[in-house]
Write a protein that binds this ligand. Structure first.
Ligand code: COA
Length: 209
C-alpha cells in the first residue's frame, strides 16, 4: 500500500476506465531536507485541520453545509485512515478523498457518520481540491488513483458516492454510473447516487455495479 501511494501522481487513461496496475514512478532527483514536491498518501488525524480548511472554502462558504465537520473528519481519519487519500505539494495538502465502508447496496443517512468494517462498499464521503489547484485535472487524477488503490484492499466490491446533480457529468467521465436518486438529503439539498465497480471481471466492471 505504501509503495503504491508514494509514487508521484499519474494521469488516468482518457476514458477514466482504469484497467491496469499503477505505474511505478521513480522519484527523480532526491533532495535532502526538503519536502517532497509531490506526494500521495493516506491521511491521518493530524491532517484533519488541513482537510477542514479546504472543506470550509469549498462548501461552507458556498452553501453553509459541508460533507464532514471537523470532528467527523477526525473520526474517519482515526477509524479508517486507509480509506482516505491526500495529495500534497511541498507538504501542503492540495486535494483529498475521505471514505469509509458501508454495508448496504444504497446509502442511508447513517452512512454519513458510520464506518461498517464488514461492508463491501467504499463510501466516498468527499473529494475536494484546494481552490488554487482546481481546473488542473487533479480531482480526476486523485480519484483514479483512489479507485486503483481500492482494488488492492480486500472485500471492496464497489465505490459509491452521492453528489449534487451538477457534478453527475464530472463523475460519469471517471466511469461512475448513476444508481438513481439518493435517499439521503441534507437540509434542502438532494443528491444523485453513483457507483463504480471495483472487483469482478473487466466486462462486469464496464457494464454494472
Ligand atoms: C469538483 C472538484 C473536485 C473538481 O476537481 P478539479 O481538480 O478542479 O477537476 P478538473 O480539473 O477536472 O476540472 C473541473 C471539472 O469539475 C467539474 N465541476 C467543478 N465545479 C463544477 C460546477 N460548479 N458545475 C459543474 N461542473 C463542475 C467539471 O466537470 C469541470 O470540468 P470542465 O471545466 O471541463 O467543465 C473541485 O472543483 C472541487 O473541489 N470543488 C469543490 C468541492 C466539491 O464540489 N467536491 C465534489 C463533491 S464531494
Amino acid at each position: 500500500i505504501a509503495r503504491i501511494l508514494s509514487a508521484a501522481p499519474a494521469r488516468p487513461p482518457p476514458s477514466g476506465e482504469a484497467t491496469q496496475a499503477l505505474p511505478s514512478v521513480s522519484p527523480g532527483i532526491q533532495r535532502r531536507h526538503t519536502l517532497p514536491a509531490s506526494e500521495v498518501r493516506p491521511l491521518n488525524a493530524q491532517d484533519a485541520v488541513s482537510v477542514f480548511e479546504i472543506e470550509r472554502e469549498a462548501f461552507i462558504s458556498v452553501s453553509g453545509e459541508c460533507p464532514l465537520h471537523l470532528d467527523e473528519v477526525r473520526h474517519f481519519l482515526t477509524l479508517c485512515p486507509e480509506f482516505s487519500m491526500g495529495w500534497f505539494e511541498e507538504g501542503r495538502l492540495v486535494a483529498f478523498i475521505i471514505g469509509s465502508l458501508w454495508d448496504r447496496d444504497r446509502l442511508a443517512t447513517e452512512a454519513l457518520t458510520l464506518h461498517k468494517p464488514r461492508g463491501s462498499n467504499a463510501h466516498i464521503h468527499v473529494l475536494a481540491v484546494h481552490r488554487t489547484f482546481r481546473q488542473q485535472g487533479k480531482g480526476p487524477i486523485l480519484m483514479w488513483r483512489y479507485l486503483q488503490y481500492l482494488r488492492c484492499l480486500p472485500n471492496v466490491r464497489r465505490a459509491v458516492l452521492m453528489c449534487e446533480d451538477f457534478l453527475v457529468p464530472f463523475y460519469r467521465k471517471m466511469g461512475f454510473k448513476v444508481l438513481g436518486r439518493c435517499a439521503v438529503t441534507v437540509g434542502a439539498l438532494t443528491f444523485t447516487e453513483m457507483c463504480y465497480p471495483i472487483s469482478g471481471h473487466a466486462y462486469m466492471r464496464r457494464n454494472s455495479c
